[in-house]
Design a protein around this ligand. Sequence first.
Ligand code: MRU
Length: 356
Amino acid sequence: MKIDGKEYRTIWFENNLVKIIDQTKLPYQFIIKDLKTVKDAINAIKVMEVRGAPLIGATAAYGLVLAIIENNDKSFLKKSAEDLFSSRPTAINLKWAVDRMMKKISGVSSDKILDIAVNEAKEICDEDIRFCENIGLNGLKIIENIYNKKKDIVNILTHCNAGWLATINWGTATSPIYHAHKKGIPVHVWADETRPRNQGANLTSYELNEEGINNTIIADNTGGILMQRGEVDMCIVGTDRTLANGDVCNKVGTYLKALAAHDNDIPFYVALPSSTIDWNTEDHKEIPIEERNSEELSHVEGFDDEGKIKKIQIYPKKSKAMNLAFDVTPAKYVTGLITEKGICEASTEGLKKLFK
Ligand code: MRU
């Protein structure tokens, strides 16, 4: 998608370096950063220079490429895989990507391993783009149906950033929106601010603006009243891990939006590529929920009057704060899962029908 009118992917490989858009600087500065070592890749995931389930999976894949360039020794690669895998705990795409890469390179001779790893990491990215594009085409039908009945702007609420910045291109939750916009369907997005890191305000609104899509940032608690007032036609969110039974783990606050949508008979869809399905965990209580530094709550960052980025403390110094990053929305509150293969019920049967 575009930034300042120029097409970008979120990650690419060039001259033995991994290039990323540093998302900790958006929307204030657009900086392309080089990752030179596997440690750089691990750090980029941890500090959220890259974030979003599919993108951290792709970064881990390229992290292994960097590890091979550094030291093509079996035990170093194994340790790098473990460190990449544990750099953030909740998104299943990390494990999916690391496992896929390790399987591909296992037993490969040292003269071929780099080429094979580079090709596989690129294929992970290309495949994600294809899948996200299909998610968009499948989700477009839902938006079209609403528009055909309403004959007026379709208002869509989303939480966090499941946009192209969270994937390689298109996004998951935003892909149907981009497709609807391209088709001339008038859409307007309510972008939940998404405290504490403000991915909705800093990233979703930013990327929608760059594509010319009408959007409004709202405080995280505003969705409920908008739904009661009939100002939300549907919700679409992304996910970091969806269980085979249809339970959806996503950015903290998603669950409350799903409850409000349920109470107001508003369709609540989750968009995901199959790389985000966890086929093995049966109980959502087993999903590791990331707890991040409470400083993300107690401090905020923004522009000062001179245009410089500044961080300030907004809580009393003595106050404790807790920063859980994800929650789980039970399948019963999810209207449907929009995947690359089609839309299905959020249930074991629904997912099995699409993914035999
Ligand atoms: O903490 P983040 O910014 O990595 O969380 C991102 C989300 O919660 C997204 O909704 C999810 O990863 C899906 S991205 C297509």
